[in-house]
Write a protein that binds this ligand. Structure first.
Ligand code: S3P
Length: 435
């Protein structure tokens, strides 16, 4: 359990933010099926990413772990070997969806399992389209644990019906080892790290925009060429620090090398609308990903109304954005949060229940969240229910910096799924977290 206490001297200095989680997963998966040696620096070594790494080691990929980088010796699209035992993926939805796609077009059988949360998350969104092209996947109710009987698949021609980068990426990975041209249409913008990385590894992938939709076509069976990757720092992890700085007086924070890929920078756009004082400098390209340095200062925030389109650009950031909204001058409405209910937890419900415990008045109507801020809050129950959800735990750690009573963040060890040094890093810039 973590205890988060009120702070008085602000959030100041430079915080060290770890590598981006989405790019870290892909920095293991793609080099593992490429030809040659890839050196990956600044990779996030959190539980989720270590599960992906463990999966590829089990499938015979040689991965060397050095102090500040990992080295992956890839041997091509068909070099993976049948794992000697079940692949356990812990809490990681990204590992699960991406691996289901990749493994469905391999020539061996594999079994995937996960923790209670991952085993209750919907996998039909990736299994259904794969079934259309001949995949053989056994599961109960399309949930983990599942057994994948790797097959020669037919090329897919599919419009992705849900706003999900995991589903899109899983289908792209299946297509890499499938003869012929696979075509995907994406109606909603979702993070495009898979496409960016595959282009630079020499995949035959073509991306066009037509009638406002993104058309992705992949010619399968083209071998990939190894490349070195420097993983930029994670905007989603930065968001906890950004909001802590904005809502506390006398704060001035610097975050360097942050990935601000426009397909997932909604949190910055939303906070700007709220009149947050955030300066983006030193913008540049790193492995074709946009990165920049951020300077954040205490701000007088205004409430904001966000439509469902914004949800696609920042789905992981609603827990922490909700905390920002509690300290704005006017109410906020966040619309279209359906996907938030099927994340590591039902995040919409947990944001709502925990805000009530903190004394904030808020409502959920359909899939929309309404937050009515106050000048000061009287805590009703200091225990924060996280259901082992890392982003709920970190968001309410930030909430604690502004409440008179300490907050007890239950099951806070779940933070290790995405940010192992959160506690140290947050305290190093002025946070008051006690273990
Ligand atoms: C991710 C995609 C998103 C996001 C998750 C990481 C990825 O999930 O919420 O944290 O790395 O592709 P969905 O694809 O379910 O939206």
């Amino acid at each position: 359990m973590l205890i988060s206490s009120k702070i008085y001297n602000g959030i100041n200095g430079e915080a060290k933010i770890p590598g981006d989680k989405s790019i870290s997963h892909r920095s293991i998966i793609i080099p593992s099926i490429s030809n040659g040696v890839s050196e990956i620096s600044n990779i996030l070594k959190s539980e989720d990413v270590l599960h992906t790494m463990g999966a590829f080691k089990l499938m015979g990929v040689k991965i060397e772990e050095l102090k500040d980088k990992i080295i992956i010796y890839g041997q091509g699209l068909n070099s993976l070997r049948q794992p000697s035992k079940e692949i356990y993926l812990g809490n990681s939805g990204t590992s699960a969806r991406l691996l289901i796609g990749l493994l469905s077009s391999q020539n061996f059988t594999s079994n995937l399992s996960g923790d209670i949360s991952l085993s209750s998350r919907p996998m039909g969104r990736i299994i259904d389209p794969l079934n259309l092209v001949g995949a053989k996947i056994d599961s109960k109710d399309k949930k983990l644990p599942i057994c994948i009987y790797g097959q020669k698949l037919k090329p897919i021609n599919y419009t992705v019906p849900v706003p999900s980068a995991q589903v899109k990426s899983g289908l792209i990975l299946a297509a890499l080892n499938t003869e012929g041209v696979s075509k995907l249409i994406e109606k909603d913008v979702t993070r495009n790290h898979t496409e960016i990385m595959l282009e630079s590894f020499g995949a035959d992938i073509d991306i066009k925009e037509e009638n406002k939709y993104k058309h992705i076509s992949i010619i399968g069976k083209k071998e990939l060429i190894a490349k070195n990757i420097h993983v930029p720092s994670d905007l989603s992890s930065s968001a906890f620090f950004i909001v802590a700085c904005l809502i506390n007086k006398n704060s001035n924070l610097v975050l360097k090398n942050i990935n601000i890929n426009p397909s997932r920078d909604g949190i910055l756009r939303a906070l700007k609308k709220m009149k947050a004082n955030i300066h983006i400098t030193n913008q540049r390209l790193l492995n074709n990903e946009v990165v920049a340095d951020l300077n954040i200062k205490s701000s007088k925030l205004e409430g904001v109304e966000l439509d469902k389109e914004m949800a696609k650009l920042m789905i992981d950031e609603y827990p922490i954005l909700s905390i920002a909204a509690c300290f704005a001058e006017t109410p906020s409405i966040f619309r279209g949060l359906k996907e938030l209910k099927i994340k590591e937890s039902n995040r919409l419900e947990l944001i709502y229940l925990n805000l009530l415990r903190c004394g904030v008045s808020c409502e959920v109507k359909n899939d929309d969240l309404y937050i009515y801020p106050n000048k000061e809050y009287t805590t009703k129950d200091s225990k924060i229910i996280t259901k082992f959800d890392h982003r709920i735990a970190m968001a309410f750690s930030v909430m604690g910096t502004r409440l008179n009573e300490n907050l007890e963040i239950l099951e806070s060890e779940c933070i290790n799924t995405s940010f192992p040094n959160f506690f140290k890093s947050f305290n190093s810039v002025g946070g008051k977290l006690i273990e």
